[in-house]
Design a binder for this molecule. Structure first.
Ligand code: TPP
Ligand code: SF4
Ligand code: MG
Length: 321
């Protein structure tokens, strides 16, 4: 059921138009420079306080430690695989309360899953598929730090080729560290025909805000994959987090895009893409690609993959804002 959807909210044009009020307060236990938290903080400014966050086990479980919570809104902790199922239960309960007149329909309480990539790309794949297929009216914020960060940076199926993790160390048998490619979650989710699907980066706050504003006017699954620069797991200084996030977009490694009604639109096209090396070099997880000897083959492969992606996007007629 849910409350009636609101009309589409007008897009913002600049940073000054982003709400000043904070809905996730500072002073949490997550690492300094956590890009995932910055993305969620910006998203929360659109989601507001009438929210129930359903948080799958992961780094962000550290956000709320009983009896303290930084959220202006409710928070529920679930298993890694169970957040979307919990979201269904919470949505149903809210709908029953509204139907019985015990919760004002105007409150329009939103259900928001917050989950990492290990949860989203791996363990919760089936539960998420079911929830999206059922057309559940919920939001899904996947902060993608490309590893099982909370338990010591193990490889997930979101870990990109060439990145070193604690379970994909560099050795004579695996010179590149992780030797498989990153799972294309965007395309997997797109095949489910959700109401809204987008990638977001905390370093592009206007783009992020506009995507959440657009989704606000839609009922059904509203899915977000957020680039989550992770100083602790990717091995760089926390103060460089914003720079790393920006380079991901400028090199074309992380594409900013959205999908409504099946059609994909790139919301930002880096016209002169920087070489991928500029993104990779500053992160310890890729250091073995440069030292003690340069792994030209691996670097070429990563660059070619990015080039191929953007060539295909251009052929498909990727629109730009
Ligand atoms: C079924 C199951 N296996 C293992 C764990 C232990 N565990 C807790 S958090 C976590 C890492 C989660 O990774 P991700 O979803 O990417 O979130 P991140 O830690 O990176 O924020 C793991 C493996 C668990 N909670 N449940
Ligand atoms: S390990 Fe990475 S994703 Fe997890 S809290 Fe720290 S910076 Fe954020
Ligand atoms: Mg993770």
């Amino acid at each position: 059921m849910s409350a009636p959807v609101t009309a589409e909210v007008a897009a913002i044009k600049n940073l000054k138009q982003i709400a000043r009020e904070e809905f996730i307060l500072p002073g949490t236990a997550v690492c300094g420079g956590c890009g995932g938290l910055e993305g969620l903080r910006l998203a929360a400014k659109v989601l507001g306080s009438k929210t129930v966050y359903i948080n799958a086990a992961g780094c962000f479980t550290l956000l709320a430690v009983y009896p303290y919570s930084p959220f202006k809104g409710s928070w529920l902790y679930t298993t890694m695989g169970g957040a979307a199922a919990a979201a269904q239960g919470v949505r149903d309960a809210l709908d029953v309360l509204m139907a019985r007149g015990k919760l004002p329909v105007e409150d329009d309480v939103q259900v928001v899953v917050v989950a990492g990539d290990g949860s989203t790309y791996d363990m919760a794949m089936a539960a998420n598929s079911g929830a999206i297929f059922r057309g559940l009216d919920f939001w899904y914020f996947c902060y993608d730090n490309e590893s099982y960060g909370n338990t010591g940076v193990q490889m997930s199926s979101a870990t990109p080729y060439g990145a070193r993790t604690t379970t994909t160390p560099v050795g004579s048998a695996a010179r590149a560290g992780t030797e498989h490619g990153k799972k294309d979650l965007f395309e997997i989710w797109r095949a489910h025909q959700p109401a809204y699907l987008a990638t977001v980066s905390p370093r592009y706050p206007v783009d992020l805000t506009n995507k959440f504003l657009k989704a606000k006017g839609l009922r059904g699954p509203k899915l977000f994959i957020a680039h989550a620069s992770c100083p602790t797991g990717w091995l760089f200084e926390p103060k460089r987090s914003a720079e790393v996030a920006k380079l991901a977009v400028q090199t074309g490694i992380f594409a900013l895009k959205e999908c409504v009604g099946g059609a994909v639109t790139h919301t930002h096209i880096p016209r002169r893409r920087k070489p991928v090396e500029e993104y990779l070099r500053g992160q310890g997880r890729y250091a073995h690609l440069f030292e003690p000897t340069r792994n030209d083959a691996a670097l070429r492969l990563i660059q070619e993959q990015v080039d191929r992606y953007w060539e295909a996007a251009a052929k498909a007629g990727a629109a730009s804002s």
